[in-house]
Design a protein around this ligand. Structure first.
Ligand SMILES: NC(=O)c1ccc[n+]([C@@H]2O[C@H](COP(=O)([O-])OP(=O)(O)OC[C@H]3O[C@@H](n4cnc5c(N)ncnc54)[C@H](OP(=O)(O)O)[C@@H]3O)[C@@H](O)[C@H]2O)c1
Length: 300
């Protein structure tokens, strides 16, 4: 297949990035994956036309130098929890790196910047995570024209092999016998398959209709968090009964888990879950959870 050009990817060493890099290469692009830690990308070395470049930081100068041959940049960098709880790390990573990415595109004359955001991202959203993603979007919308065309993707929770959502609940369910108490059990999601998300990003690169557009990405079905966790237990073969905690206990659980190493649940996560993660106007992503999740949950 003819090589369509070199695409720079940042934040691509993780779950979504691994699928995205594979799809970019299958579609005829070559990929330059920038990372802070090349050893985290060993699993991607098998992909032809993929080069891994270890960089010391995500400052604009570093990115400009590393990306100079690229014709588009895809920014997947994101964190779900920060070390403190004042929002500064969310801002530094989501807004700061977006600003650096846009500056690098301008300096290196890269005309396309594709940005991974999240459903409900908004400068006035209830959590630091969603607010910082929203502010990063606003930065692109305000400052990208005329030299760089952006496209923003706002997915609901993403599932697929290696996800940190169903797999995390599967791990927790394994350690809690009998009844599983669940915070924010009524929050609703439209889980979207990682393969569908990656496909939408890949086809947008050269699609002029996607220039300066934002796309919500949702799967075909809506579930409550309780339904998703009970489903995970059932597929894993764990005999568990998931019960929803009332709001005050959900908040208390978030306040306690905030201090557990690895922050399995935080006050910021609790605040994000105040909004249902479902689409108003979405690009239809058709792969259902039930078609995929059993393939990686059933034999854990
Ligand atoms: N997974 C979901 O359900 C979901 C839903 C909605 C939106 N999203 C968004 O989709 C994107 C990709 O998600 P993912 O699940 O693939 O995430 P992931 O596996 O955690 O990977 C995210 C990437 O962010 C970079 N990163 C992490 N911490 C960083 C830090 N402190 N400073 C700089 N870079 C850092 C890492 O790049 P290096 O280590 O290579 O430098 C990593 O590869 C994120 O922006 C996320 O917010 C995900």
């Amino acid at each position: 297949m003819a090589i369509k050009g070199l695409i720079g990817v940042i934040g691509g060493s993780g779950f979504v990035g691994s699928e995205l890099c594979a799809q970019l290469i299958a579609s005829g692009y070559s990929v330059k994956l920038l990372t802070r830690n090349a050893s985290k990308c060993r699993h991607l070395k098998v992909l032809p036309s993929l080069s891994i470049v270890q960089i010391k930081d995500y400052q604009a100068n570093t990115l400009t130098t590393a990306l100079k041959d690229c014709r588009a940049l895809i920014n997947l960098i994101g964190i779900l929890n920060e070390k403190g709880n004042d929002g500064k790390e969310f801002h530094r990573i989501h807004v700061g790196i977006t600003r650096a990415a846009l500056n690098a595109c301008e300096n290196a004359k890269i005309p396309r910047l594709l940005q991974m955001s999240a459903l409900n991202a908004h400068a006035d959203a209830p959590s630091h995570y969603l607010r910082s993603k929203g502010k990063a979007e606003n930065y692109l919308k305000t400052f990208s024209a005329p030299r760089v065309h952006y496209t923003i993707f706002q997915p609901s929770v993403i599932f697929g092999e290696g996800d940190s959502f169903l797999n995390r609940f599967a791990d927790l369910l394994k350690t809690v016998p009998g009844v599983f108490p669940l915070a924010c059990a009524n929050a609703r999601f439209a889980p979207v398959y990682v393969g569908d998300v990656a496909k939408k990003i890949v086809v947008s690169i050269d699609d002029k209709a996607s220039y300066n557009q934002s796309y919500e990405l949702c799967g075909p079905h809506i579930y409550s968090l309780k339904e998703l966790v009970q489903y995970t237990a059932n597929v894993c073969g764990y005999s568990r009964k998931v019960i929803g905690l009332p709001m005050f206990l959900s908040k208390l659980q978030a306040s306690v888990f905030e201090y557990v190493p690895g922050k399995p649940f935080s006050k910021d996560n609790f605040n994000s879950l105040k909004l249902d993660s479902i689409c108003d106007q979405c690009i239809p992503c058709t792969t259902s959870l039930s078609a995929i999740a059993p393939t990686y949950l059933a034999n854990r």
